[in-house]
Design a protein around this ligand. Sequence first.
Ligand SMILES: Nc1ncnc2c1ncn2[C@@H]1O[C@H](COP(=O)(O)OP(=O)(O)OP(=O)(O)O)[C@@H](O)[C@H]1O
Length: 525
Amino acid sequence: MVRERKVEVARRPDCSRLQPLSREVVEYFAQRGISRATLERNGVQQEYSSKHNSQAIAFPYYRDGEVINIKYRTLDKKFWQTPGTERILYGLDDVKNSAEIIIVEGEMDKLALDEAGVKNVISVPDGAPRAVKEGDLPPPEADTKFQYLWNCRAILDQAVRIVLATDSDTPGQALAEELARRLGRDRCWRVRWPSEPSSTADAADPGAASVARKDANEVLLKDGPEALQALIQDADPYPIRGLFKFSDFLDEIWSMYDEQDAMGQGVSTGWSGLDNYYRVVPGELSIVTGVPNSGKSEWIDALLCNLATQHGWSFAMCSMEKKVKDHARQLLEKYIGKPFLDAKYAGKAARMEAQDVEEGLQWLEERFHVVRCEDDELPSVDWVLGLARAAVLRYGIRGLVIDPYNELDHQRPVHMNETEYVSQMLTKIKRFAQHNDVHVWFVAHPRQLQGWKGEPPNLYDISGSAHFINKADNGIVIHRNRDPEQGALNHVKVLVRKVRNKAAGTIGDCILEYDRSTGRYKDVL
Ligand SMILES: Nc1ncnc2c1ncn2[C@@H]1O[C@H](COP(=O)(O)OP(=O)(O)OP(=O)(O)O)[C@@H](O)[C@H]1O
């Protein structure tokens, strides 16, 4: 059996007790710049409230000449509406068939604009929310707070330009956002109410009248009808998420100019020879490759040590192939400049003292954060980026190392090929880098090279996908000579094969000299 749906019929308010405005109420409006003629045009009346033991202003909400709701307001600002009535917008009959509609936050602002000769104005009935509600919009039938919009949809749908003239405070701006979400940002504009001048000259003059205005009524009262009309006329297009103008980035553009783009040109690697080709820019992604044992990890560690000591950077490192104690040893050797162990690799160099270890450990504590997966499973890229984000918030890291790529868990969905998968993963990493202003070094191995004769691999040799090179901001190949006839064995080539940001570098090769006992690199002069 089909259950009969109970249709709720909205109540109509009782208009029989409405009275013409008293002198006191007319005077109240006059003090706010609103004339008797405007009040009459909008049918504003009054009614005695026994509950409040005072007269209340009555704002009738008309639709097609019929009173659908009445909003009451005492002179000391107590508000109520007839329960059970249909919620609609105030002033609806003034915007019938209007291509342009102005929406304000209260009846007083609607009347203020009317006074200034701007008639195509409606007001929301219930003021502004405290904040924008997170998450997706509810379906219209569940959108109780904004039911008035859905009830007036036919009229609102006709507007091609909707000017949001809600208050300048936080709730007013939240209301503008909630309205724009529902009405469509592309046809919304917003009024920029005058704000306090920021110049110290003005601030220093306490006698200067405040120029900040919160709403239409205040502008009418303090600046007059023409000023109010002009503000409505000059409304700005409502921002559309994801669609910008360069002027939205003026601060960044000018600070880049004024500061000679100190960060955009990157910071020194600590090796002047390499700085000609590669400098480290926060927010970029560098892919580092090289044949096994070429020294990729060693070189990245040495670079991080330089960045830490010379620029005070700190890092999160996800180096899955290394034991933590070995990684600590390698970093300490670079920092202290002495071998950690009395072992063959140290040659004749004396090992570091316990005091050096103490000092170095203190430095490691400040500069490096280790990302490690405690269980046997391989970590996913999302897991690594989640921890790196935590390290940004907690420790302010400027760099992240993921070494190597193949030690991440690659659970590729069945519908995705490897190219798509790598592309999506690198997009996540780039987004992380950009949003957090963190430089990411991503180590990827080349595929097995057939008939390899000792030459450096190509970036396109990286196993998996050409996306590595396409998506990277920088592509670096680390290569070391293993043939004494070809040159010194401790020479390491840093082959900069891709640089997207011309302010930070260019393609080219640099040779560094490796000191096996300390793991340090220096320029070959
Ligand atoms: N120029 C060099 N001369 C001699 N030994 C070097 C040189 N560069 C690096 N090494 C040594 O090679 C070893 C491997 O270095 P590292 O782990 O950095 O290489 P990798 O390219 O990251 O290796 P893998 O691809 O296997 O991860 C280390 O013991 C390091 O000391």
